[in-house]
Design a protein around this ligand. Structure first.
Ligand SMILES: NC(=O)c1ccc[n+]([C@@H]2O[C@H](COP(=O)([O-])OP(=O)(O)OC[C@H]3O[C@@H](n4cnc5c(N)ncnc54)[C@H](O)[C@@H]3O)[C@@H](O)[C@H]2O)c1
Ligand SMILES: [Zn+2]
Length: 361
């Protein structure tokens, strides 16, 4: 299936389905990208599994792709690796008509996206997400960038892709933990904007966890449609887009206070969403049963919903104080007034800390 992300002149098509890797060349041609010198950026894990089939698909349609493979993992989202990518793009003689294809998880998408945004002041970018986080979240929306030492995503650009191609078949090879953490972002869309999606996730849970291809297509599509709806109304996070940060304020603080070592991003966000649901019962009238329902769904997907012992460390508070959404001694928090509807609400640090792990009744 396909749909369009409506951003005026920067609108682009999103295709979600099975067996799409072999169709990348044709989809790129159909989108008007010129068959020319181009680059396929991927990481070693994903490249080993999928680079050949993508290269063949591109070649069949006349795209002459240079393969650029980086080491897997977050440390690659850095200036030194970015610089090697620029050099490889130059060595392969990419020009203004060329395209960068980003094949991989969020790390490859953010890094190759930023390279495409800045090389020759911007060349075409196609996102081919292969992890759950990338398929339901990072590949769409145009946020690209790199980390600066410990400051995540400090350097970046809004740069929209020309095409997003999510082949759910690639999720088959994703390790179980990475698969489940991505489900946290899926549940997030239900919590903030679509209660019916939560009903569906509850009903289809077993087949989703078994990675039933049809269910994955429906799930990825519905997630991306929700993200597209938000992004097309607020491309640069000036208002509405903030609701996508549900669960992320405490999630980020938890990640940062554990030096990004204990939790995968989605795992920390799951705990952050459960805590935000508790705060929502206190400050936005979310029903206790609704907060419980959200926590139960997260737990059924194999995610944690309680803050770990000792969570309130000085590092945690420091991370919370560094939050981009802080204004004075308050943080603009995303809460739910009911399941399927998010609101922003300014909370003091004391309110957050007291309410984040308070029991539900
Ligand atoms: N731009 C955005 O809007 C946005 C949104 C959310 C997250 N992000 C960024 O995304 C990154 C996290 O993304 P991620 O979780 O995909 O991390 P990742 O790219 O590091 O991928 C996770 C791991 O899974 C492997 N992998 C990916 N696809 C696979 C597949 N199909 N089969 C087997 N292994 C596979 C990767 O090699 C890697 O080891 C972070 O840097 C985060 O900041 C960006
Ligand atoms: Zn996230």
């Amino acid at each position: 299936m396909e749909f369009v992300v409506d951003l005026g002149r920067s609108s682009y098509q999103v295709t979600v389905g099975c067996g799409l890797l072999t169709a990348i060349g044709r989809l790129a041609r159909d989108a008007g990208l010129s068959p020319n010198r181009c680059a396929l950026v991927t990481d070693a894990n994903v490249g080993r599994l999928y680079a050949d089939v993508v290269l063949q698909s591109l070649r069949r349609e006349g795209f002459d792709a240079a393969l650029i493979e980086i080491a897997p993992g977050e440390p690659s989202k850095s200036f030194p690796v970015l610089q090697t990518i620029y050099q490889r793009l130059a060595d392969a003689e990419l020009d203004r008509e060329s395209t960068v294809f980003a094949l991989g998880g969020g790390v490859v998408g953010d890094l190759a996206g930023f390279a495409a945004a800045t090389y020759l002041r911007g060349i075409a970018l196609v996102q081919v997400p292969t992890s759950m986080i990338a398929q339901v979240d990072s590949a769409l929306g145009g946020k690209t960038g790199v980390n600066l030492k410990d400051a995540k995503n400090l350097i970046g650009a809004f740069y929209q892709p020309r095409l997003v191609i999510a082949d759910v078949d690639t999720l088959e090879s994703l390790p179980e933990r990475e698969f489940r953490e991505g489900l946290a972002e899926v549940i997030k869309y239900g919590a903030i904007m679509d209660e019916g999606f939560l009903d569906w996730l509850e009903r289809e849970m077993q087949l989703i966890l078994e990675r039933h291809p049809e269910r994955l297509v429906s799930m990825v599509e519905r997630s991306l449609r929700h993200k597209a709806a938000v992004v097309s109304r607020d491309e640069r996070e000036e208002g509405l887009r903030k609701i996508l940060n549900f669960g992320h304020t405490l999630g980020h603080a938890l990640e940062a206070s554990t030096s990004y070592g204990n939790y995968l991003h989605g795992e920390a966000v799951a705990i952050g969403m459960a805590s935000a649901a508790r705060l929502s019962t206190k400050y936005q009238g979310l029903k206790v049963e609704e907060a419980e329902r959200l926590c139960q769904l997260l737990e059924a997907m194999g995610l944690m919903t309680v803050l770990p012992p000792g969570w309130l460390s000085t590092e945690f508070i420091r991370a919370l104080r560094l939050d981009k959404k802080r204004r004075g001694d308050k943080v603009e928090f995303v809460l739910l007034d009911r399941l399927g509807h998010a609101v922003t609400h300014k909370l003091t640090f004391d309110q957050i800390i007291a309410g984040a792990e308070a029991p539900l009744n």
